[in-house]
Design a protein around this ligand. Structure first.
Ligand code: ARG
Length: 461
């Protein structure tokens, strides 16, 4: 069984059906770079412990460098008989430097501790990329908020008009959610910063290799405290998949609003031509495909997470081949977000908001009713009564087919003598928004404070 990692105890080689099932090079080739980094660190540990002469180490490192160059140029690719990237690269190293030296690399390590380490290296790199992409999206939302500091829109609950809010307040609400996703990524990194290398198949190694130096070599903070845990756990992978799913979900909530706002009925936004699509039959169409893809892909990210959790459920210790199923979902989540986030950010950054339309609709649906009720409370009316009076006022306006602000003095007095004409001071959307000035409220000065706080939070993560 030439080029295989095992074989001597088998009377025959693997069947073709097994080979087809077992093969993972079509996806784990993405780990090639990390596999070589792991091998360099492991070779140094072998040399430090006296298992490789200095000249052998040099030859091995040169061989690993040569493999890296060949992988980058596309010259070295998996063959039909390679099972996984780890076996393929060991075979390629042996071909490169000869079996005398190449055959020494595998001492004291197993694919089990290798892959558990390499997937962390892969995810740490991509956490940094996704983190940067998220910062760009937060920045784009904040820039749009900054450009529309005074614009007022209908705030909604149950998708119904509720109370007017600043557009900036609304956009920053999405940015705050994404800032927590960023915080989740950063926090995840602490748990990912551990190296299972040295755990061997499950129980550790007899060779006295320095696992801490291997960890540091790989840019990981510390070796695993428990070799069984190190080789068999994948909660770090599942947690990463959760964070990517949460990002997808938070982005999908923005996406859904963009889709609605972009309809003729809302008319709140216009998409930039470069970030919208046409129709093959309807010449007039301009569709929000980026937002729809974001909404759709959030489902895929959730699927990757639930698939991973299902793989891990009830899996006995230590390594089981089931664990190979950790890679495709999490690779897919990474690729999905790394393609989606830049497009989504571009769409946000280039959105045109129709603030006149938003402002015109902001008082509709009697959205200033709470302002009237709280105006009464400030005049010592118990809120229960204020709620009743204002409810009657809404009914009166609805019967006449007008807004609250359109009722004349007599109509106000008819509802309640407490509704004196000066109630109109709270019947403007500007007055309504300005008066919500408690911490976290939608008053312009409160919203203005959020910019620096958000930027600070994002930069200090
Ligand atoms: N490619 C496998 C994985 O990603 C590693 C194989 C280790 N196999 C084994 N039988 N110990 O999980």
């Amino acid at each position: 069984n030439e080029g295989s990692l095992w074989g001597a105890r088998f009377a025959s080689g693997p069947s073709p059906e097994l080979q087809r099932l077992s093969k993972s090079t079509h996806f784990d080739w993405q780990l090639a770079r990390y596999d070589l980094a792991g091998s360099r660190a492991h070779a140094r540990a072998l040399a430090a412990a006296g298992y490789l002469e200095a000249s052998e180490l040099d030859a091995m490192l040169a061989g690993l460098d040569a493999l890296e160059a060949r992988i980058e140029s596309g010259d070295l690719v998996a063959t039909d008989t390679d099972e996984d990237v780890h076996g393929a690269l060991e075979a390629a190293l042996i071909a490169e430097v000869g079996p005398e030296i190449g055959g020494k690399l595998r001492a004291g390590r197993s694919r089990n501790d290798q892959i558990a380490t390499l997937v962390r290296l892969y995810l740490k790199d991509h956490a940094a990329t996704i983190g940067r992409d998220l910062v760009h999206l937060v920045d784009a939302l904040a820039a749009q908020a900054d450009a529309h500091r005074t614009a007022i829109m209908p705030g909604r609950t149950h998708l119904q008009h509720a109370q007017p809010v600043l557009l900036a307040h609304h956009l920053l609400a999405h940015a705050w959610a994404l800032s927590r996703d960023l915080e989740r990524l950063v926090d995840w990194t602490k748990r990912a910063d551990v190296s299972p290398y040295g755990g061997g198949a499950l129980a550790g190694s007899t060779l006295g290799l320095d696992a801490a130096s291997v960890a540091h070599d790989l840019g990981l903070a510390t070796p695993s405290e428990n070799s069984i845990d190190g080789t068999a756990s994948r909660d770090v992978v599942a947690e990463f998949a959760f964070v990517t799913a949460m990002i997808g979900i938070d982005v999908s909530r923005i996406a859904e609003e963009i889709i609605l706002w972009n309809t003729r009925e809302f008319g709140f936004v216009t998409l930039h031509d470069g970030y919208s699509t046409g129709s093959s039959i309807m010449p007039q169409k301009k569709n929000p495909d980026i937002a729809e893809l974001a909404r759709g892909k959030s489902g895929r990210l959730i699927g990757n997470l639930t698939g991973l959790l299902a793989t891990l459920k009830a899996l006995p210790l230590a390594y089981n081949r089931d664990l190979q199923e950790d890679k495709e979902p999490v690779f897919d989540s990474v690729e999905t977000l790394e393609v989606l986030l830049p497009a989504f950010t571009g769409m946000i950054a280039t959105l045109t908001f129709h603030t006149d339309r938003m402002a015109a609709l902001a008082p509709a649906g009697f959205s200033l009713a709470t302002d009237v009720a709280e105006w009464l409370v400030k005049r010592k009316v118990p809120f229960r009564d204020a709620h009743e009076i204002t409810g009657a006022l809404v009914r009166a306006a609805e019967q006449r087919g007008v807004g609250l602000e359109d009722l004349d003095d007599a109509a106000l007095a008819e509802v309640s003598p407490l509704l004196t004409p000066d109630v109109r001071e709270v019947l403007t959307i500007e007055g309504s928004v300005a008066s919500r000035s408690g911490i976290g409220g939608t008053a312009p000065e409160r919203v203005a404070e959020q910019f620096a706080k958000l930027a600070d939070r994002v930069r200090h993560l």
